[in-house]
Unconditional design. Structure first.
Length: 424
């Protein structure tokens, strides 16, 4: 029955979710191209300040995850994301207009605050519209906005900086979020029961299936009890360490590539897009087989382990062979992205709906903290060592521990049964 319930959900909601998250990711990740494309020089930004600016986004992101997620769960994800789109588009455009580093510091922090609720709000929204057997794929199509955006953004940003400079790059790439906010408002509904485009029969079938899935989950009284769950704690630590690798990679890959001999900003853009092409293939494959088998952990920890090994291999090669090192970085990038869909399908399957939003938010908050640490420490290590070897080791170690924590969190039993035992 799950495969035939309201197929219109897929082509109605998934493209909207994808575009929305793509725009969010565009306006957080293009900063790395601004730095590599002359922003650092024009504003006299030191290496230490550059690392701080690159990571400040995630500090704002960390502090405001839970309030935003709770608003999305209890009030309206639709309204929250509408205003977020407008505000983050305006802040992204402002990045191209200022010349004072203090203003830039404020903008980067506020951009993180404004975007903080987008990820958990979107995951909450999708969990209301897609069943257990669909959820990994639905989450993956949402999060595909991350690597897919970086793929084309890397190419576009390189050309824009080369043609009109980094300032206009920020302005041009910030405007679409404001325009899209009004499409979002017109096209999205918070819950299936609110959707005029869905038939009464489809609404009832979907609601019946969602209620049925909740019946197999052990009740949890409140957020405090959920947050003390061993699985939630371990997944918070796991996601923080995973994010160290991901965002150290995202924020500094353009600078790593551009440091190669005879490399210009346009070539950097093309090369920086390649890992994300393979990331898309990996994400689609992992989510498909995860939903097919309903096995989540098998499509998380092995891929993180591959990412750790690839980073370590790139470290061993050093600067002796750029192209072999780049191939290993491509493998690392793809392996880090592939598990996202299965990972975010875990929480709605182990915790009841009354605490799912808070659990997703706190896990994502720790991911933001890891992103802050990753982008800052990687930049610091690159600046102080004069190379990228130390940062490769740092990211490899983080991913290795993340893989181990995934195995420990769900070892020996299904995710659902393990949590049920904890609360029994």
């Amino acid at each position: 029955m799950e495969k035939t319930i309201a197929p219109s959900r897929w082509y109605r909601l998934i493209p909207i979710a994808f575009i929305t998250y793509s725009l969010a990711y565009l306006d957080r990740a293009n900063f790395s191209f601004g730095v590599a494309g002359g922003m650092e020089k024009d504003l006299n930004i030191t290496a230490a300040t550059s690392s701080l600016l690159g990571s400040l986004f995630f500090l704002g992101y960390f502090f405001f995850q839970i309030p935003g997620a709770l608003y999305a769960a209890n009030k309206s994800a639709k309204k929250l994301i509408f205003w977020s789109l407008i505000l983050w588009g305006a802040l992204a455009m402002a990045t191209g207009m200022i010349s004072n580093i203090n203003y830039l510091i404020v903008i980067r922090f506020m951009l993180g605050v404004v975007e903080s609720a987008v990820m958990p709000a979107m995951l909450i929204l999708l969990s209301r519209w897609f069943t257990k057997a669909e959820r990994s794929r639905a989450n993956t199509f949402l999060i595909l906005g991350n690597p897919a955006t970086i793929l084309w953004m890397s190419i576009l940003s390189g050309y824009l900086i080369n043609s009109v400079g980094w300032r206009w790059m920020f302005i041009i790439e910030g405007a679409p979020a404001i325009i899209w906010a009004f499409f979002w408002w017109r096209l999205v509904d918070d819950k299936p029961k609110d959707a005029a485009w869905l038939s009464p029969e489809d609404k009832q079938a979907l609601e019946t299936q969602m209620v049925k899935e909740q019946q197999g989950i052990k009740p949890v009284k409140n957020y405090g009890e959920a947050f003390k769950s061993k699985v939630v704690i371990l997944l918070c630590l796991q996601y923080a360490l995973w994010s160290i690798g991901v965002y150290g990679f995202v924020m500094w890959l353009p600078s790593i590539i551009k440091a190669a001999p005879n490399m210009n900003i346009v070539d950097t853009g093309w090369l920086a897009s390649i890992p994300y092409l393979f990331a898309i293939i990996g994400m689609l494959s992992a989510s498909y087989f995860s939903d097919k088998t309903l096995n989540r952990k098998a499509f998380v920890w092995p891929l993180l382990l591959v990412g750790a090994v690839a980073f370590y291999g790139s470290y061993l090669l050093g600067t002796d062979d750029f192209w072999f090192s780049f191939i290993l970085l491509t493998i690392a990038g793809a392996a880090m992205y592939a598990p996202y869909g299965p990972f975010f399908a875990i929480i709605p399957e182990i915790l009841p709906s009354n605490v799912t939003a808070g659990a997703m938010a706190i896990i994502n908050s720790f991911g933001a903290l890891g992103s802050f640490i990753g982008s800052y420490v990687v930049g610091y290590l690159n600046a102080t060592t004069g190379g990228f070897g130390a940062s490769y080791i740092f990211m490899a170690g983080s991913l290795l521990i993340s893989a181990i924590l995934t195995m420990v969190a769900v070892k020996g039993t299904s995710e659902k049964r393990r949590v049920a035992q904890q609360f029994a």
